[in-house]
Design a protein around this ligand. Structure first.
Ligand SMILES: Cc1cc2nc3c(=O)[nH]c(=O)nc-3n(C[C@H](O)[C@H](O)[C@H](O)COP(=O)(O)OP(=O)(O)OC[C@H]3O[C@@H](n4cnc5c(N)ncnc54)[C@H](O)[C@@H]3O)c2cc1C
Length: 551
């Protein structure tokens, strides 16, 4: 690996004397001797260092030795996104000559980023570029030993990537030397996936929470504090609520059961989000929103699953699986929904490349003159089948039940029956998907006769509905018949009576049957299942949080 080059000067900028003068009163001067290490991998950086005199060098250290990434001369500064998130460093930084540094701690840095737009831009752009490069080059000393046949390996790869954690992936079946590594660390095949980091304990087939703890994702979270607002879920709705609340001065904690981004994080290209004419990957959108929330001072706890809501006392308590509960004066439920998925082992491989959960004109364009399958017997499946039959060569509607009568509106059933371009396959389920890169063929099987047929179908629409993530609420707030959270005007007098609504006023927009507890995004009854609407609701709800906190 060669030393990093910085084509446009945004990754390693040099601050002007005027910019350094603005920072100087916020920092502390420090002298370091040649060779002195100021930051090691695994250490949480106390802040950022601006070189006033001398030179710092940044190296990536691994078992095979040290590689110099860059060096910082006078006016240049250390750090990347982890300075804002409070996560440990993945590189070593040391003085290459006797040097004088200006140390700017976290609090001062956050103040600068929020109040000095010029300096804030310089820092944020450099931090984001540097982290992207660390990820692209898999720098740091984290090694993931995985297997192509293990779903847990794939899950862990996704968890690390979606949390912007650089790592090197070694596949047990393919990479030479893995066997030696496994013997060295006494790793058995059933331990895979395994995370190795030279100065930390080996993690064997770890849970998300163990990885988050081991890699220091949540070091800044303070469970003893009473937050103004606890947001559950860091999908588009929760991240928007965090950005707006933190930027408007509220003390916010977000609990995220997995990784930031939610369902949107798994979308390979979102093309209908305002302002991104060329589309944006869900992960990029989530990554930007995450940094934005951290910039304003929101705290985001990763792999922290809310397991219960104590809504009969103030402040509210949110119980967390395997961790201490947290408290908030207001709560925003943004735990989203999960599309019911076909239980096929290689489903993920084809999501977005042949398997779709929405049937908009975007997906439809892909299906012109092709034979396609729609799985599901509800109205969303019926609408998709009718819509797509105008574009595709032929549509197969695949349902497990004996007919559509129980689950679909009569008008849609009639259209399906009358269309020569749609075939209904009852008592049938998709049993396999196949293809290289893109879905190329699938097989379905009759549930009673067992007869199996393979067809060259390149597009499968999985329209089996979404289940809201509301089990953790344990009946605390009123839900609709599909278990989505009811809010505002959707709450009937009976709902409010049943919930012992204590106030004279009616619940505000997005407010649940419990005052000061709100629900936004896909988890909310009647919501539009879109990124833009989730972001919109997450930002609007903050106005109402201010209002209830002032009551
Ligand atoms: C594959 C795919 C592609 C899509 N493409 C598009 C598109 O192109 N355009 C578009 O507009 N929409 C698209 N959507 C829909 C869009 O992603 C959703 O409408 C949007 O993500 C909803 O945001 P949300 O924040 O309400 O919920 P979610 O995105 O569902 O986020 C909820 C978050 O809460 C977390 N969570 C759940 N339970 C708990 C708990 N108990 N404790 C802590 N955390 C919890 C989850 O881990 C998740 O991160 C797509 C959806 C999918 C699945």
């Amino acid at each position: 690996m060669a030393e990093w080059t910085d084509h446009d000067g945004a990754m390693f900028p040099t601050l002007s004397p005027a910019q350094i003068a603005r920072l100087a009163p916020l920092g502390v001067r420090r002298r370091v001797a040649e060779g002195e290490v100021i930051l090691d991998p695994g250490m949480v950086p106390p802040g950022l260092y601006v070189v006033l005199e001398g030179r710092l060098e940044v190296v990536s250290s691994s078992r095979s030795g040290e590689v110099r990434i860059t060096s910082h001369g006078p006016g240049q500064f250390t750090g990347e996104v982890n300075i804002l998130t409070g996560r440990p460093s993945v590189v070593r930084t040391r003085a290459a000559a006797p040097s004088e540094l200006l140390e700017v701690n976290h609090t001062a840095l956050r103040q600068v980023v929020q109040t000095d737009p010029e300096l804030g831009d310089v820092f944020l752009r450099a931090f984001v570029r540097r982290r992207a490069r660390l990820i692209a080059e898999a720098l740091g000393d984290l090694i993931l030993l995985g297997s192509r046949y293990s779903a847990a390996s794939l899950h862990l790869k996704e968890f690390l990537s979606r949390n912007a954690q650089p790592y090197t992936y070694l596949e047990v079946e393919r990479d030479p030397g893995v066997q030696a590594l496994m013997e060295h660390f006494a790793i058995n095949p059933e331990d895979v996936p395994v995370l190795l980091c030279h100065d930390r304990p080996v993690l064997r087939n770890p849970s998300d929470a163990q990885v988050a703890k081991g890699l220091g994702f949540n070091v800044e979270i303070d469970e003893s504090r009473v937050y103004d607002l606890v947001v559950v879920g860091a999908g588009p709705a929760g991240l928007a609520a965090a950005v707006y609340a933190a930027s408007e001065g509220l003390d916010v904690l977000v609990l995220e059961g997995n990784a930031p981004g939610g369902q949107a994080g798994s979308s390979s290209r979102i093309e209908n989000y305002l302002g991104f004419p060329l589309g944006v990957t869900g992960q990029e959108l989530a990554g930007r929103a995450f940094v934005q929330a951290e910039k304003f001072g929101a705290q985001i706890a990763i792999a922290r699953v809310a397991a219960g809501l104590k809504c009969n006392r103030q402040p509210f308590g949110v119980e967390c699986a395997g961790a201490d509960p947290v408290r908030g004066r207001a709560v925003v439920i943004a735990s989203g929904a999960e599309y019911r998925k076909l239980s096929l082992p290689n489903l993920r491989q084809f999501e977005g490349v042949g398997v779709y959960y929405g049937a908009t004109s975007l997906e439809a364009q892909l299906c012109a003159d092709e034979e396609i399958a729609v799985v599901g017997g509800g109205n969303s499946a019926g609408q998709a089948a009718v819509f797509l039959s105008g574009i595709a060569k032929h549509v197969h509607v695949v349902v497990r039940g004996p007919s559509l009568a129980e689950s679909m509106s009569r008008y849609l059933i009639r259209r399906i029956e009358e269309s020569g371009a749609i075939s209904l396959r009852t008592r049938t389920e998709v049993v396999s998907l196949d293809g290289t890169g893109h879905l190329e063929r699938l097989a379905w099987s009759h549930r009673e006769t067992g007869a199996t047929e393979t067809r060259d179908i390149r597009h499968l629409f999985s329209m089996t509905g979404a289940s809201p993530n509301t089990a953790w609420l344990q009946g605390c707030v009123a839900l609709d018949d599909k278990q989505f959270v009811k809010t505002g005007a959707d709450l009937s007098p009976e709902d409010l009576e049943g919930a012992h609504w204590p106030l004279r006023r009616h619940p505000y927009l997005f407010e649940t049957s419990v005052p000061k507890v709100f629900a936004v995004g896909d988890v909310r009854s009647g919501s539009v299942k879109r990124v833009a609407s989730a972001v919109g609701e997450g930002s609007v709800v903050v106005q109402l949080v201010h209002r209830v906190l002032a009551e």
